[in-house]
Design a protein around this ligand. Structure first.
Ligand code: SF4
Length: 416
């Protein structure tokens, strides 16, 4: 009988959940089960999921194929009608061990209305299979309704995991050798807003760093620039173990476009926020998600996005050409021609590459503290990728000297 397999598409949260699913599959010693944990962020992501399913069936003609994740949650029937598919599970149902041992007949669908989900309990994980950096889910879902985004309909409204569970989880994982943790979710900036006694991401971060002194490096996944709380800014000033790198979900540098996206910040907010954080943590490095070619975006508006990269001092850019997503309001706005979307994305990526090269040039000859992950690769505290030629065991933190770079990755040598 073939070993079971999980194919994970999409975001860090999906990767985290695939670790939980893997735990269920291993605990029940299930064989010949193939799980596709899908993403729905773009139409392309959904097309990719179908492709994975078809090639899986060709490879595993007698295997049981289970489809889950956001694409399955949002449109379960579009997968249950596929002859290749045996079972469709929703994003809540995928975390329930029983659903993998049930003897289900062909094209069964277990998908509940995720918009009705309230509260969330954590899922204990003892160790990550192939990761030195441990992903920690702190939150699920999103209360916002950005006009280009389908995610809330796959993940439900925002729900936070209680801090006590997170403290135990991280304590446990540090005992098992993990040195770096990435707090993840859908909208972690809204952490704690759903508790009876309201809390914030910043308060939770301080609590984790105080309660788990063995936690060596803490990172945060994408943040909403409109919801960075005071406690988080103080934590960046006070805790060296909170890594000096923030990734912001900026999306555009033009205020009219930000309004049409239904974002909660404007360009001034982003530039001021970065300045403010730089004053308390001068070595901080910022990354940002940016969309090029959002409906109605003119060349002049796009120029505002290019300018914001300099004004806010953004170094790592994740650039996405706008992708129309059925079921979102932006799909019915006047579209920018696809060629222009791609051309603007190319210019924005070039802008990002230049910003990164300038930053890497500044690092030459400097010291860096790097967690080696695999094959001599790792990341600095500022999230710059590093390759070292010396054979170093993965999972350990080393002091290195930056000796060069190729615009994409730094090279380094071990310091005595
Ligand atoms: S904040 Fe906006 S972009 Fe992010 S998940 Fe929520 S709706 Fe989507």
């Amino acid at each position: 009988m073939n070993k079971s397999e999980i194919i994970t598409l999409g975001c860090r949260l999906n990767k985290f959940e695939s670790e939980i699913i893997n735990g269920h599959v291993e605990a029940a010693d299930l064989k010949n089960i193939y799980i596709v944990n899908t993403c729905a962020v773009t139409c392309e992501a959904v097309r990719q999921a179908r492709q994975e399913i078809r090639s899986l069936r060709r490879k595993r003609p007698d295997g049981k194929i289970i489809v889950t994740g956001c694409a399955a949650q949002i449109d379960p029937n579009s997968f249950s009608v596929m002859p290749e598919v045996d079972l469709v599970l929703g994003n809540e149902e995928k975390l329930n061990a029983e659903n993998y041992i049930l003897d289900t007949k062909q094209d069964q669908v277990f998908v509940s209305d995720i918009m009705k989900s309230r509260g969330i309990s954590g899922h204990p994980i003892n160790r990550f299979r192939s990761r030195t950096r441990a992903l920690i889910q702190v939150q699920q879902g999103c209360d916002h309704r950005c006009t280009f985004c389908i995610i809330p309909f796959g993940r439900g409204n925002s729900r936070s995991i209680p801090p006590d569970f997170l403290i135990d989880q991280i304590r446990n994982l540090t005992k098992n050798g993990h040195k770096e943790f990435v707090l993840t979710g859908v909208d972690i900036s809204s952490y704690g807003h759903d508790f009876v006694e309201k809390s914030t991401l910043g308060k939770m971060v301080c609590c984790l760093l105080d309660q788990v002194p063995t936690l060596e490096r803490l990172r945060l996944s994408s943040l909403d620039p409109a919801v960075i709380d005071e406690a988080l800014i103080s934590a960046l000033a006070e805790y060296p173990r909170l890594m000096p790198h923030l990734h912001l979900s900026v999306q555009s540098g033009n205020d009219i476009i930000l309004k049409r996206m239904k974002r909660r910040h404007n360009r001034r907010n982003v530039a001021d926020l970065c300045d403010r954080i730089r004053r308390v943590r001068p070595d901080i490095v910022f990354g940002a998600d940016l969309i090029a070619g959002f409906p109605t975006e003119t060349e002049e508006m796009f120029q505002d996005t290019l300018k914001l990269v300099d004004e806010a001092g953004l170094t790592y850019l994740h650039v996405f050409p706008y992708s129309p997503r059925d079921g979102t309001p932006a799909v019915s706005m006047p579209q920018v021609p696809i060629g222009l979307r791609k051309e603007r994305s190319k210019r924005l990526r070039e802008k990002g590459d230049l910003a990164k090269t300038i930053y890497f040039d500044q690092l030459l000859g400097s010291k860096a503290i790097v967690l080696i992950e695999e094959k001599g690769r790792g990341y600095t505290e500022h999230y710059a990728p590093v390759q070292i030629s010396q054979k170093l065991e993965s999972g350990y933190i080393h002091r290195l000297r930056i000796t060069g770079h190729n615009n994409q990755i730094l090279s380094a040598e071990l310091l005595p």
